[in-house]
Design a protein. Sequence first.
Length: 284
Amino acid sequence: MEEKKIEDIASSYENFSKAFLAGYGVLILLPVSIISVSNKAHLRFPRLVQNVINSFTNLVKDAVNEEKIAEKLKHDPIGKSHIAELLSTTSKLMFELKQRELGRLYRRVKEYITKPPEKRRYDELLNIRKDLVNSFSLRNLNDRILNLMRLCLLSPPEEAEGYCKQLSDEQKLIISTLIDEPYLLDQILSMLDLGNQKLFDYLLYTAFLTNAYIKRFTKGRTDEDWEYLKDVKDHQKEILENLVELKKEISKLYKSDEFDEYISEVEEKVRSLLETNQAEEKEK
């Protein structure tokens, strides 16, 4: 009965992860893209940047190909998808940009999810989770983001970076508001970090539980399999709590009144700026 419960939990993680493959890719790229743009990585390391783009493209192809998900990824969507390739290419780029802490973290996650499923241990998962809290934070990139925003607004059009050139007037006003009220950006990034950390938890737990689901189709188990199952049983309470907590956090991220209030405050300030600009135009 207990093993059936574990298999059902593992199946829940697996099914969500198959549906969220591209989302995991975006999650991995979020801090990497900010760091890369602020360090002009596309000019300094064009080949590495292209490798990252190719890896993400391959992962997206995994995500939209139902036949590939069923045939290739089967019951190990984390280990057999292009997530490992994306972690590897982004890790190499981070080391070149002297972001060694994030580079090491991505390398560790990659090494963990590419181990044989029965060798993925819970104690290692916990250590990676602790390091994620310290190293994977959009809030810590607040200053970089603000600097990029300032560059977008202050640079002459002919000198503006590509990511700035397509901004609408309203988007520029939003950026201006966030620059003038940096606490709003800090709060938004903090809330995003909560959701991001839960999603990374989900990725790691899915990788850890893979063997529990695979072995339901296997006759006979080795001593290593039994050791692994004991590891799962010993921590099934935390695993189940994480499953429940993730659903709550995702719901909060998209439905939270507090988050809506921050966004509404930004929008209100933008509307005020728009009205001021329109009034000034009429006076001219």
